[in-house]
Each structure stands twice: as C-alpha cells, then as structure tokens.
Design a protein around this ligand. Structure first.
Ligand code: SF4
Length: 327
C-alpha cells in the first residue's frame, strides 16, 4: 500500500461504501512511521464524520471504590503490587455514588459511569450500586458501570436497575496480557463482556497503550474488539505512575497516540471511540487532534486516581474545533 493521504482517503471511502480492508491494509496502517502519521488522519476523520458527524460524546466517571485491589495489573496504581499512594476507601455510600450523576445531569455530559477497583464486587456491593442507579432520573443521563468480572445474574440485576452499558477493558492484546496481569485471565475478561452483551447491555471495552505492546499487538486488540462487536472503545494512554511496575515505561509519543486512535477508527469505523486517561499527558500540544484521528468521544473531568481537564476547558476546545457535543 502506498503511504500518502490519497491512499488512506481511498481506503476510508472503500470502508464507507461497505468494503472491509484486508489484513495487509490493516498492517500497513499499524506500521506507518511516525513521520507519516498525518496521512492517516484524512481518512480517519472522514470515517468518524460518516458515523458521527461533528457531534462528540462526553462521559464522566465516579471512582466508587478505590485501592484495595487483589489483582496485579502492572500499569495500575491500585493493584496489590503498586507502591504508589492512592486514595483507599470501600464502596461509597449511595448519596456519594449519585452525586456526580446529579451534577452531570445539568451539563452536556451524556453518560455517567460508576467505576470500582478490584476483581469484582460482592453481592451486597452490587446491590448497593444497582440501588443507587435505580433512584436516578433515567431520562437525564445514560448510566454505565465498571465493576470488574461479573456473572450473568449480576448483569440482570444491573439491567433491571437502569444500567445501559457495562465497561470492562481487555486492557491489551491476548498475546501481551500475561506480561501485564497474572491474577486473572484474558478469557475471564472476554467471558464477562459476552455475558454483558447477552444480558442486553451495551458494552464498552478497550485498553491502555504504552504498556510495552507492539503495533502488531495494538492491531490484535482492535481485531479482537471487532470480533466481539463491542459498542464503544475507550482508549487510555499510560501515564507512568511512580511505585507501579511500569513506572519507567515511556514508549508513547503524541504521534504514536494519534496513530493508535486512527488504527482503531479504520478497524472499527462505526463504533464509539472514546479517549480517556492520559489524553493530555501523552498527546500534549496535539491532544485536540484526537478527533481528526477518529475519536468520537472523550472522558471529561477527573480520572480514577489522576486529575483530568475541566468540562469547561473541553467545551471550549470543541468550540474552537467547530465540533459540537452530542446530547
Ligand atoms: S486495573 Fe482493576 S483489576 Fe487491575 S489492578 Fe487496577 S483496579 Fe485491580
């Protein structure tokens, strides 16, 4: 494949017309050198525009339970092997779980998610989250949760309470996962996603990049998510945290981040691609370019254990880009 804007625009047009790139074309995208990354953006922008127009999705999260994790995910400041200082608290009381939703309901944010640390929740914790969601105004916002590994009964409880989407990242490709986590398997994560889908929930699953994966493995993850037919893909970029096994990792550059986003847009042209943790730290001056690389959404506000940008800053950024918030 020739590496220029025209060839990637043609590829995007082929995808919009219903054609699927072949594996050689996907590999060509994944191996574009940094200096040519901007060629990818023309087609990625056209693809985002074909599915979402100029409207960008905003979501925000509440860290409902922090620290105390039994798992050993190498990038995570809340893991049992992390020595970093993070807030540690059990599941928040109902009013605190609901507080962020009440705030978000008066803003252009359209999805609110409760995220908890750990492998999964106990039955009583799950019931408390479900009860908190069931009392919220179901018309004001969409409610998502990210509660770890869960069984079909758990999903039924959540659906009944008004949860519409389950978030559960695969984190990385299957071939890289054992280098990142040894306390649970990739298959357990996939099983959770399949169970969420089967229960009728929309599924949000993506990963974190900059954790030692190769471009082949970035593509591998994108193709797995395509096969699983997930609805939304959160993309996180590692901000190395002191005290974690990956505290010295730094193989991301702003252009590499844009390339990862663009690759996901070519592989999953009609799916929501949401840029989450590490957006500002890793993309730096280029972070507004995420939309031209194919992102159709961003997480606004604070992340789990790190500060994010204010909603107002993100609204102003969209105005300057002549994009609009999807409501
Ligand atoms: S990513 Fe989730 S499961 Fe893994 S260590 Fe962090 S909180 Fe625990």
């Amino acid at each position: 494949m020739i590496i220029n804007s025209k060839s990637f625009l043609s590829l995007a047009e082929k995808i919009i017309a219903g054609g699927a790139p072949d594996i050689k074309e996907y590999r060509a995208i994944a191996s574009v050198p940094d200096k040519d990354v901007f060629y990818l953006l023309a087609g990625a922008d056209v693809l985002r525009n074909a599915s979402f127009g100029r409207r960008i999705h905003f979501c925000t999260i509440c860290n409902g339970k922090s620290g105390i994790c039994t798992e050993d995910c190498a990038f995570c400041s809340q893991s049992k092997v992390s020595k970093s200082e993070v807030p540690v608290y059990p599941l928040l009381q109902k009013e605190k779980l609901q507080k962020g939703a009440l705030y978000a309901a008066d803003t252009p944010i359209n999805k609110y998610s409760i995220v908890t640390s750990g492998r999964g929740l106990s039955k009583s914790e799950l019931a408390n989250v479900a009860s908190a969601i069931s009392e919220l105004d179901q018309k004001a916002l969409d409610y998502c949760v990210s509660l770890g590994i869960l069984d079909p009964d758990g999903f039924r409880v959540l659906k009944k309470a008004g949860v519409t989407r389950y978030h559960h990242n695969l984190e990385t490709s299957k071939s890289h996962f054992r280098n990142i986590c040894t306390t649970h398997t990739y298959e357990e994560r996939v099983k959770t996603l399949r169970a969420a889908k089967k229960a009728g929930l929309s599924v949000c699953a993506g990963g974190i990049f900059g954790i030692g994966e190769t471009y082949k493995q970035v593509l591998e993850l994108a193709l797995t998510l395509k096969e699983l037919d997930v609805d939304a893909i959160p993309i996180n970029f590692l901000t190395p945290i002191k005290g974690t096994p990956l505290e010295k990792a730094n193989n991301l550059t702003p252009l590499r981040c844009l390339k990862i986003i663009a690759l996901f847009r070519y592989v999953l042209p009609e799916k929501e691609i949401i840029i989450c943790g590490g957006r500002e730290n890793n993309l730096r001056h280029l972070h507004p370019m995420v939309f031209y690389a194919g992102a159709s959404g961003i997480m606004t506000g604070n992340y789990l254990t790190a500060k994010g940008r204010s909603l107002q800053d993100d609204i102003e950024m969209l105005e300057e880009l002549k994009l609009r918030i999807r409501q």
